[in-house]
Write a protein that binds this ligand. Structure first.
Ligand code: PBG
Length: 326
């Protein structure tokens, strides 16, 4: 060929051409908004390491849920911050505990117009901040924790959650939750398994968001950042146990894992763009170092392109608004 081949660039010439030939698109319905509700608040309380994200009151949470519906967002994930904590996280089981009540309130506000998801994990509710109960040596006791997860799952299903999100990385958690749901007559409540969840430094701001009591780390139950094949094992186990959807978390430093999981999963795949990923982009944008809207859009599109069907992102509503206008 005596001329340069300009086939790639021909499809980039105009915005309309680029739009027509785009391989991936973001849509509001793909997005899930993670939210925090804190017991006893009278005003929403800002989270300093997550500018723009707050701990909600009941009223502000309901407004955020209604706004998400308005914008076409696909789902909302609720995390509760209780006023009182103990070693076993018992506030998680109270029908009127902060999280169960929030699920009920959001359900009353938006009904079935938004997929309502509840976090099934003990770290917000324990006075030591671990995702499960501890044995005499301070080791997180997998099987004793499962029993509580089963009860939490039933409480959240009965409060009206459409989907449960067990985020504690206990072995067998999906099976125990599925069985508890079946036995309690909640057969249509789905489970989004945090299947490949890695121990990550990027969870830092979330710990502020839930006033975490944790000292130390979660490396005995969350995955090691060095491991890739092991993510497939985790996903396979959760699928065998009955997971309706599976998740990879964090997202941006784990796009290889996400692509691997998307290639093998017969169920929808989620990715969680976590608090530290949010904070990094907000901080750089606040300094004028990157273009905020461009960076946010590109980061979520990258997660989608790697294979996520749905993305949990603290920008869900804002991004949905941009997608609607464009
Ligand atoms: C644990 C949980 C965590 C997040 C969601 N669920 C923190 C952790 O595992 O330490 C982090 C989410 C984020 O960082 O945005 N229940």
């Amino acid at each position: 060929m005596s001329f340069p081949n300009h086939r790639p660039r021909r499809l980039r010439t105009t915005p309309a051409m680029r739009r027509l030939t785009a391989e991936n698109r973001l849509a509001p319905a793909d997005l899930i908004l993670p939210t925090f509700i804190r017991e006893g608040l009278t005003e929403p309380s800002p989270i300093s390491s997550m500018p723009g994200v707050v701990q909600h009151t009941t009223d502000s949470l309901k407004r955020a849920a209604a706004e998400a519906v308005e914008l076409g967002v696909g789902g909302i994930m609720l995390f509760g911050v209780p006023a009182v904590r103990d070693a076993r996280g018992t506030a998680s089981l109270e029908p009127d505990g902060v999280l169960n009540k929030a699920i009920r309130d959001v359900k009353a506000e938006v009904g079935d117009n938004l997929v309502i998801m509840g976090d099934v994990c003990l770290d917000e509710f324990t006075d030591h901040g671990h995702c499960g109960v501890l044995d005499a040596d301070g080791y997180v006791d997998n099987d004793a924790t499962l029993e509580i997860y089963g009860q939490m799952a039933v409480a959240q299903a009965e409060a009206g959650a459409h989907v449960l999100g067990p985020s504690g990385m206990m072995d067998g958690q999906i099976a125990v939750i599925r069985q508890a749901l079946e036995e309690s007559g909640n057969k249509n409540t789905a489970v989004l398994a945090y299947a490949a969840k890695y121990a990550s430094a990027f969870y830092g701001p979330f710990r502020e968001a839930v006033d975490s009591q944790l000292t130390g780390d979660r490396r005995t139950y969350q995955m090691d950042a060095a491991n890739r094949r092991e993510a497939i094992l985790e996903v396979e186990l959760d699928l065998e146990e009955g997971a309706d959807m599976v998740m990879v978390k964090p997202a941006m430093s784990y796009l290889d894992i996400l692509a691997d999981v998307a290639a093998m999963s017969p169920v929808p795949v989620s990715a969680y763009q976590i608090s530290g990923e949010y904070a990094m982009i907000e901080a750089a944008a606040a300094n004028g170092w990157i273009d905020r809207r461009g960076a946010i859009t590109e980061s979520v599109l990258g997660i989608k392109r790697a294979g996520a069907d749905t993305v949990l992102t603290y920008w869900a509503s804002e991004l949905a608004g941009w997608l609607k206008e464009s």
